[in-house]
Design a protein around this ligand. Structure first.
Ligand code: ADP
Ligand code: G6P
Length: 458
């Protein structure tokens, strides 16, 4: 393989192995892939990552213009590194400790080993004095490891999830090592300035770095720290929504729901997403006769995620119980109160659902950004629809014209859902036009340009 000018590294490749169609590959779930896929397609370069199945790595390959270099995770790595340290230690800890984080020394050993494997793969494939862009919580040690192997490189790191306040982060027994790992980068980027500040404080207090929140020095190496709110390919999403096929499908969806007003949720099935809270808030609206299933429906589309991790299996069970309870109590013949689909939708189908929804419910308890909110407003070229958005999603810093809610306040959320459905037409269109303008202006192209620009300057 030739040496590359830009190398992107993330635990996930944009595609994962599947038993079904398309030559055994399907799109990987999650916001990281949604954002990075158009960036690398436009700029060219190499994506290093895992194909989602345990075993030896596949060969380097090219898929629809994307150059891909798989890194292998054997079964033990999947258990200890991915399910263990990534999804049972870092993920809950970095999401407000909503679920207790577990600390296990074997998982930590595996995390170090896998990070080392990724660093070596990058060291082999990037051209002299070029850039490597490392992504997310799976690879926090890579920047320092890669700098030791290839001091000629520019190294950027971006964290897609929140960085916790120091008092939560300090619980990790290996906190100093994690911070040292990130301090190997030239630029460390976060979704919000609060995340950036949390990191810089941790770096000063737990790892002996010196400097301000925006500029740190560690063992003579200068590190720039900033926020770079991630986004989507807004133009592409809008074009998709404007196709005749998507509009036809949106009309069909509305007709199938009997013309009822629709609340929609679209998420990875994750306990951070607040799916249970929004269902219970909807239940309260039905219970108190503020809404009826004959006039309204809630559709929840949830893509299966990390299913072998116990907290995810429990969340799924709880969601399915609540859906069953609501439907048992409030559905009528021909008007089911909640439609629940546990599946990964194609991009066209997703755009059609967005276009058909009267109110989009994005109600995470804690979320780095949340791209579903940005996708929804980008599809609404018709000016219709309303967005209910959690204050605890990074996106709420930008999308101030959404109906903002606290997902822990169920009654408040129920009232806001009802209000969003009943917004006067003029107000609803005004809010949507501003939301659309914000996402269009600050799209993924701008995000990657800002980050790579900062890396270039460093
Ligand atoms: P996260 O990265 O935590 O999953 P985001 O909201 O940032 O959260 O990104 C989720 C991405 O996954 C979005 O691009 C969204 O379209 C996609 N997605 C979520 N649920 C589904 C689903 N059921 N089917 C297809 N894509 C989905
Ligand atoms: C979030 C994380 C990504 C991750 C995605 C899907 O977006 O920030 O790094 O890829 O969830 O999760 P998974 O565990 O399936 O890769």
């Amino acid at each position: 393989m030739p040496k590359h000018q830009l190398v992107i590294m993330a635990n996930r490749l944009p595609l994962k192995r599947s038993g079904r169609g398309a030559g055994g590959w399907e799109r990987s779930p999650g916001g990281l892939v949604t954002a990075l896929d158009p960036v690398l397609r436009k700029r060219g370069g190499l994506w290093i990552g895992w194909d989602g199945s345990p075993g030896r790595p596949g060969r380097s390959m090219e898929h629809e213009g994307l150059k891909i270099k798989p890194v292998g995770l054997v079964t033990k790595d999947v258990e200890h590194f991915y399910h263990g340290f990534c999804n049972r230690t870092l993920w809950p800890l970095f999401h407000d400790a909503i679920r207790p984080a577990e600390f296990n020394a074997s998982w930590w050993e595996s995390y170090k080993e896998v990070n080392d494997r990724f660093a070596r793969a990058a060291a082999r494939h990037v051209a002299k004095r070029r850039s490597v862009w490392v992504h997310d919580f799976h690879l926090m040690l890579v920047p320092q490891m890669l700098r030791a192997l290839r001091p000629d490189l520019r190294i950027g790191y971006f964290l897609h999830i929140p960085f916790p306040p120091e008092e939560i982060f300090a619980r990790v027994p290996w906190r100093a090592e994690l911070v040292h790992g990130l301090l190997g980068a030239d630029v460390v980027g976060f979704q919000t300035w609060k995340d950036a500040q949390n990191f810089s404080r941790a770096a000063r207090h737990l790892a002996d770095a010196e400097g301000t929140d925006a500029r740190l020095t560690f063992h003579g190496h200068k590190v720039r720290v900033n926020s770079f709110p991630i986004s989507i390919d807004a133009g592409e999403m809008e074009r998709l929504a404007q196709t005749a096929a998507v509009q036809r499908r949106a009309r069909e969806i509305k007709a199938r729901l009997g013309g009822r007003r629709m609340f929609l949720g679209v998420d990875r099935l994750d306990y951070t997403k607040g799916i249970e809270s929004r269902l219970v808030a909807f239940e309260q609206l039905l219970e108190s006769d503020r809404l009826s299933a004959e006039r309204c429906v809630l559709v929840q589309v949830a893509v299966p995620s990390r299913e072998t991790v116990p907290e995810y299996a429990q969340t799924r069970t709880r969601i399915e119980q609540i859906v069953g309870r609501i439907n048992g109590e409030f559905s009528h013949p021909g008007s089911v109160a909640v439609h629940y689909f546990r599946r990964n939708l194609g991009r066209e189908e997703l755009a059609a659902w967005y276009l058909a929804a009267d109110v989009m419910l994005v109600t995470p308890l804690c979320d780095g950004m949340n791209l579903v909110a940005k996708e929804y407003v980008s599809t609404r070229f018709d000016g219709g629809g309303a967005l209910v958005l959690s204050e605890f999603a990074g996106a709420s810093h930008e999308l101030r014209q959404a109906v903002l809610v606290n997902p822990y306040d169920l009654e408040g959320m129920a009232t806001s859902m009802q209000r969003a459905l009943a917004l006067p037409k003029a107000e609803q269109r005004f809010r949507m036009s501003i939301l659309r303008m914000i996402v269009k202006r600050h799209d993924v192209e701008e995000w990657s340009g800002n980050f790579l620009g900062a890396l270039e300057e460093s």
